[in-house]
Design a protein around this ligand. Structure first.
Ligand SMILES: [Zn+2]
Length: 248
């Protein structure tokens, strides 16, 4: 029998029972285990962890836990992609790309509206999401913590809030995305890229009032949906205002 002390910091406590929160947990174990397995035995997904310290020294996920180790586990935060000693995963692709779980459709749409590459389908299952994330180095956004325990997923975030706008704000903050927002560059329906198009090319598809009042149009290169600056720009400005003003 071996014994360790392990403490989870800050937002990692969201995954623990209140009695274990913000305290050194004394834990007995018999089988040889990596620190990653040890962390996940407390239901904390590895994707949420940003830094591990064992007896004051940075450790990676493969470290094999020893008797009397004192382990500190810190969350991944805004400096998620920064290189540093004890880095747990390779740097993220920039700008980050996402694959969004099937029950977070509005979050996916909001992120697309802000210009982020978000794969989403309402019929994605866990296997598909994990495979896409692994093959394309995408960040999994989910409210299913068991999905984030999968080994092949390197990057992920457990979305805390229920409301889509607050979820969007969480993701912007967690991955430091505010400076990367590029409104009206991506189709909210299919994630395709938008390109400018001449009014004469799409005029036959416009409602009379749209044709009368707007001159600048964008078209989705994937699904052909048309966007125009007026109404869609207002929607984005309203969303950005709400994201800035929403208190968590
Ligand atoms: Zn489209």
């Amino acid at each position: 029998m071996a014994q360790i002390g392990i403490r989870f910091h800050q937002s990692l406590n969201d995954f623990l029972a209140p009695a274990l929160s913000d305290t050194e947990i004394i834990h007995n174990f018999e089988r040889k285990a990596s620190v990653k397995d040890m962390i996940e035995s407390f239901n904390v997904p590895h994707t949420e962890v940003g830094r591990i310290s064992v007896n004051g020294v940075a450790a990676d996920f493969n470290y094999i836990v020893q008797d009397r180790d004192r382990i500190e586990v810190f969350p991944a935060g805004e400096n998620f992609s920064a290189t540093s000693a004890g880095q747990l995963r390779p740097p993220l692709l920039q700008p980050p790309q996402f694959v969004v779980d099937s029950n977070l459709g509005r979050l996916a749409r909001y992120l697309r509206l802000l210009g982020f590459d978000c794969l989403y389908r309402n019929d994605y299952n866990d296997d598909m999401i994990a495979r896409i994330a692994s093959e394309q180095q995408r960040i999994v956004l989910t409210r299913d913590r068991s999905l984030l325990h999968r080994k092949i997923i390197t990057y992920g975030y457990f979305v805390r809030a229920d409301k889509p706008k607050i979820q969007t704000r969480e993701v912007l903050k967690r991955f430091a995305l505010n400076s990367l927002i590029k409104p009206l560059t991506r189709c909210t329906h299919c994630n395709g890229k938008l390109a400018e198009t001449g009014k004469s090319c799409i005029e036959h598809r416009l409602e009379p009032l749209t044709k009368q009042y707007y001159d600048k149009f964008l078209i989705c290169l994937e699904c052909g949906r048309i966007y125009w600056q007026g109404s869609h720009s207002m929607r984005i400005e309203q969303l950005l205002g709400e994201l800035a003003g929403t208190q968590s």
